[in-house]
Design a binder for this molecule. Structure first.
Ligand code: GLU
Length: 430
């Protein structure tokens, strides 16, 4: 489960849509994107909002609101996660769906972009309730998702268990001879339910790889570099795990409940064990001191990994950030104004659509295995993941250099050019 921030300052939901549109328009201007194709990519293809009833443990019925936004499918089926969080609404789903389109395009995958979820605080519900909510949401989505149409995956506050419930519900609505054909309707499943080796760590491993490639590019050693992580869920933990193995030192962690700091280093494994026994929270961990949430981004460090929600790095904290690299494990963690400040200050940003693409690349591997009846081992998955991440990183690094643009703009330019080519070749129906 991805732990998320619910600090006093709620991330602005409108902000995420503003952000992705500005990022898109900025890159589209550089590409000189065909105005008709710009019109298509500026809007989402389909938006589904469902209200559905679920019986709670006390016998009462509660009505939930779920979303699935399908932004674009020019390159292949819609792909993207489902998020369970109070900030989920139509604009958040639109923004996150658009980021998925750019992410899958940049990664060279045969997918489009989608995102969705349910507006709720999962800590307020029992496991049984979450199971019924998930199953009823799947039923409400009906045939708007499908293995060759739209393939959900985990995101904030959803995990492999959530995917297993979705799979089972979706398959149960099909006739017996159709059921096993639908194994790839979701990715990020547990291994026993058709999941892939390595999908659990794919996003965090990808975040680590992009940092490693960046360091190689800059001729820097990762050993003894200090890093801080916001969000100690699936992405934050695995990124910290792989960076620590490389000799970098995790000095601070922030989650939804508070912030920890230890100049000498925090062991990710030890902290993970602690959180598992502490309802997912890092609070009370004895091998690090508590600090104020407001101090977190200003801490002395080399690398900062936001791996929680959108709009965490803003004009308020961008001026005090000490890191020389921001690696975006989360989607949309840096707003456009903050980015200008950071770039002016000479801080590098590995953009979300490159940095956290390991997750959807891992999903693609799972989908391929399900489709072809294959089972790959962990080594094979991680090797293939590294190859794909390296290809994307090199493309972005090359574009950054040749066009003298920042990494995010370069990543968007590559993603948009691929989509433009597809539309130009195919034309517009009818
Ligand atoms: N939720 C992840 C993301 O934002 C993974 C999506 C997927 O695997 O489809 O990229």
């Amino acid at each position: 489960m991805t732990t998320v921030l619910t600090t006093k300052k709620r991330p602005s939901k409108q902000g995420m849509l503003d952000n992705v549109m500005r990022q898109f328009n900025n890159a589209a201007d550089i590409v000189g994107l065909n105005p008709n194709i710009r019109k298509i990519l500026e809007v989402t293809n389909n938006e589904l909002v469902v209200h559905f009833p679920v019986r709670m443990d006390d016998g009462e019925v509660e009505i939930f609101t779920g979303y699935r936004v399908q932004h674009n499918n020019a390159l292949g089926p819609y792909k993207g996660g489902l998020r369970y969080h109070p900030t989920v609404d139509i604009d958040a789903a639109r923004a996150l769906a658009m980021w998925m389109t750019w992410k899958t395009s940049l990664a060279g995958l045969p997918y489009g972009g989608a995102k969705g979820g349910i507006q709720l605080d999962p800590t307020k519900y029992s496991q049984d309730e979450l199971q019924r909510i998930t199953r009823r949401f799947t039923y409400a989505l009906g045939d708007n998702i499908g293995p060759e149409l739209d393939i959900p995956a985990p995101d904030v506050n959803t995990n492999s268990q959530t995917m297993a419930w979705i799979l089972d519900t979706y398959m149960s609505t099909k006739s017996p001879n159709e059921r096993s054909k639908n194994l790839h309707v979701v990715t990020g499943k547990p291994i026993g339910a058709g999941g892939s080796e390595g999908r659990d760590r794919a996003t965090g491993y990808g975040v680590f790889l992009t940092i490693k490639f960046w360091a190689e590019h800059k001729k820097l050693e990762l050993k003894n570099k200090k890093f801080i992580v916001q969000g100690f869920g699936n992405v934050g933990y695995w990124a910290a795990h792989f960076l620590s193995k490389e000799g970098a030192i995790l000095t601070a962690v922030q989650d939804a409940y508070g912030s920890l700091y230890n100049e000498k280093g925090i062991c990710p494994e030890h902290l993970l064990d602690y959180t598992k026994a502490n309802k997912g929270s890092i609070i009370g961990y004895s091998r690090a001191g508590n600090i104020e949430n407001s101090e977190f981004f200003g801490l002395e460090c080399d690398i900062c990994i936001p791996a929680a929600l959108g709009n965490q790095i803003t004009v308020d904290n961008a001026p005090v950030i000490k890191a020389s690299l921001i690696a975006e494990g989360a989607n949309g963690p840096t707003d456009v104004k903050a980015e200008e400040i950071l770039l002016d200050r000479g801080i590098d940003i590995i953009p979300d659509i490159l940095c956290n693409a390991g997750g959807v690349i891992g999903s693609y591997f799972e989908w391929l295995q399900n489709r072809n009846g294959e089972i790959w081992d962990l080594k094979e998955v991680l090797e293939r993941l590294e190859r794909k991440m390296k290809e994307s990183f090199n493309k972005v690094a090359h574009k950054t250099k040749t066009q003298k643009i920042d990494m995010r703009t370069a990543a968007f330019v590559i993603a948009i050019e691929r989509l433009e080519e597809t539309y130009v070749q195919r034309g517009i129906f009818p």
